[in-house]
Design a protein around this ligand. Structure first.
Ligand SMILES: Nc1nc2c(ncn2[C@@H]2O[C@H](COP(=O)(O)OP(=O)(O)OP(=O)(O)O)[C@@H](O)[C@H]2O)c(=O)[nH]1
Length: 204
C-alpha cells in the first residue's frame, strides 16, 4: 500500500467503547455494524474464537463496501478466558452474578481478536491482544449492586475497567485498551504489516 492513498478506517463494531478509543487516539472511524450471527462460530479456545469472530465481522463489512483502496476495515471481538471457560457477554443478570461469584479474588485473561482487511489490496493482518485481569474479592452486596446497575450485562466477561467495574479490578497485566475492546499498539503493528502508518489515519 502506497503512502499517497488517503486512508480511512471503517470499524465493523457496534461497540461505543471501541469507537471512543479510536477517537481519543485521533482516528474518526466510520462505524458499520456487521450483525453477523456469532453463534455459528466454533473454536478450540478463547484465543481462536475471538480471532475468528473479529475476522468474520471485518469480512462481512468489507463485502458490503465499494472497492476503494483507501478503506481499511477493522473487526474486533473480546472474550474473557476464566477457569477453562469462555465468557462473552452474560446472557442475563443471573449469569453475570454467578460469574462474579466465581471471578472475585481470582484472575482471568481478556482476549481481544483484531482483524484488519484492505478492500482493494485484499491484504489483511490479524492478531489477538491478551491482558491478565485480577479481580477484587468483592462482597455479595457489591455483586448485587453491580448487576443491578446493568453495566455488566453488555460487556464481555461481565466487567469493565473504565466504568463502575473499575472499583472491582485490582490490577491488569497488559494493554488496558485491549480490555476495553481495542488495543491501539496492536492496531499500529497490524497496520505496519499492511504498509500503513497509524498516523496516516489521524484526523487533520
Ligand atoms: N467500556 C468498556 N467496554 C468493555 C470492557 N470490556 C468489554 N467491553 C465491551 O464489551 C463488548 C464485547 O462484546 P463484543 O462481542 O466484542 O462486541 P460488541 O459490543 O457485541 O460489538 P460488535 O463488535 O458489533 O460485536 C465490547 O463492546 C467491548 O467494548 C471494558 O472494560 N470497558
Amino acid at each position: 500500500m502506497g503512502n499517497d492513498i488517503d486512508y480511512r478506517l471503517v470499524l465493523a463494531s457496534a461497540s461505543p467503547a471501541r469507537r471512543a478509543l479510536l477517537s481519543a487516539a485521533g482516528i474518526d472511524a466510520e462505524v458499520m455494524v456487521s450483525g453477523v450471527d456469532e453463534s455459528v462460530v466454533e473454536a478450540a479456545d478463547a484465543y481462536e474464537l475471538c480471532l475468528a469472530l473479529a475476522r468474520m465481522k471485518a469480512r462481512a463489512i468489507a463485502a458490503e463496501l465499494p472497492p476503494d483502496p483507501g478503506i481499511l476495515v477493522l473487526g474486533c471481538d473480546s472474550v474473557l478466558a476464566f477457569d477453562g471457560q469462555i465468557f462473552g457477554k452474560p446472557a442475563n443478570a443471573e449469569e453475570a452474578a454467578k460469574r462474579w461469584e466465581m471471578m472475585r479474588g481470582r484472575s482471568g485473561v481478556l482476549h481481544t481478536g483484531h482483524h484488519v482487511t484492505g478492500l482493494v489490496s485484499g491484504r489483511q493482518a490479524e492478531a489477538v491482544g491478551t491482558t491478565v485481569v485480577h479481580f477484587s474479592d468483592i462482597t455479595d452486596a457489591e455483586i448485587a449492586a453491580y448487576v443491578a446497575s446493568e453495566e455488566p450485562l453488555n460487556v464481555a466477561g461481565s466487567f469493565t475497567i473504565d466504568g463502575r467495574g473499575a472499583a472491582f479490578v485490582e490490577r491488569i497485566e497488559g494493554d488496558p485498551g485491549n480490555v476495553i475492546g481495542l488495543s491501539l499498539p496492536l492496531l499500529r503493528k497490524l497496520l505496519i504489516e499492511m504498509d500503513v502508518s497509524i498516523t496516516a489515519l489521524w484526523r487533520a
